[in-house]
Design a protein around this ligand. Structure first.
Ligand SMILES: NC(=O)c1ccc[n+]([C@@H]2O[C@H](COP(=O)([O-])OP(=O)(O)OC[C@H]3O[C@@H](n4cnc5c(N)ncnc54)[C@H](OP(=O)(O)O)[C@@H]3O)[C@@H](O)[C@H]2O)c1
Length: 248
């Protein structure tokens, strides 16, 4: 298969790239970290292609993506997380997070949807934080809630073009991003586990890939409650996990 993965220099995206490369796929590995991209070429000289660009920069995206050949699978995974102090709301922080997570994804969609073969798949990285309103995730959670809406809408809009669209919503995964978290991460999983779940879900063309299910089903169950009950449950969870609980 011809596969493109954004954010393949670190964490979940790097593991996905390595796993798909190890199985003989051609993978277009994307990111800004040239040292990490170079190591993929060194380890998989026959299969890795590297594309160094900033997904939040539309011109950069067009220059890197417009000349690509047809693709079987695109995984838009690049993302970041910064936490908000609501009492001292920082709109520049908000713009940074939304620009990377949402606008960066939209920039890639513009140039990559036309590259997908009929029968191909598009997967977009959301987060289980989109299921509930979590304190300090005003920027990150909102960007991922928008990703959920965007992805689910695309899965309907692109069906006539025979393109399968999957929304990926992990719980905590141990990566350089979550290594910065200074709070407990319940039921966190390794990047190897995350990659296996994502690859398995994509091979079955699942429209939603969420894991670990023991964690995500709890969030989904709370989401079914009236908002007043959700608030009480989140506050309880919040108190028991310390003052900075949040999702990665
Ligand atoms: N870890 C978790 O617990 C967790 C849970 C739910 C969802 N997620 C989501 O999973 C995705 C990957 O997260 P991770 O934990 O693996 O984080 P990570 O290790 O920090 O990796 C983030 C990746 O995104 C790329 N990236 C970020 N901003 C970019 C930009 N402007 N242009 C191009 N590439 C950019 C980075 O590449 P460069 O630095 O090389 O540009 C890097 O490869 C994110 O969308 C995150 O929100 C993570």
């Amino acid at each position: 298969m011809n596969i493109l993965i954004t954010g393949s220099t670190s964490g979940i995206g790097l593991q996905l790239a390595r796993d798909y490369l190890a199985r003989g796929n051609t993978v277009y590995c994307c990111g800004r970290n040239t040292a990490s991209l170079t190591s993929l070429i060194r380890d998989f000289p026959d299969f890795a292609q590297i594309l160094c660009f900033d997904t939040a920069d539309r011109i950069d995206c067009s220059e890197r993506l417009e000349k690509l050949p047809a693709l079987d699978l695109v995984i838009l995974n690049a993302g970041t997380c910064e936490y908000i102090n609501a009492a001292n709301f920082d709109s520049e922080l908000y713009e940074r997070v939304v620009k990377t997570n949402l606008i960066g994804t939209a920039n890639c969609l513009e140039f990559l949807i036309p590259k997908l073969k009929p029968g191909g798949s598009l997967a977009i990285m959301g987060s289980s934080s989109c299921y509930l309103p979590l304190p300090r995730a005003e920027a990150y959670g909102a960007s991922k809630a928008a990703i959920e809406y965007l992805t689910k809408t695309l899965s309907i809009s692109l069906k006539p073009s025979d393109i399968n669209v999957s929304h990926i919503a992990p719980g905590f995964v141990e990566t350089p991003l979550t290594a910065l978290n200074n709070f407990p991460m319940p039921m966190s999983v390794s990047v190897e586990f995350a990659s296996k779940k994502i690859r398995s879900g994509l091979s079955k063309k699942k429209s939603e890939i969420h894991f670990p299910i023991s964690f995500t089903w709890i969030l989904k169950a709370i989401r079914l409650c009236p908002f007043g009950v959700q608030k009480l449950l989140i506050e309880k969870l919040f108190r028991s996990s310390g003052p900075t609980l949040n999702l990665g």
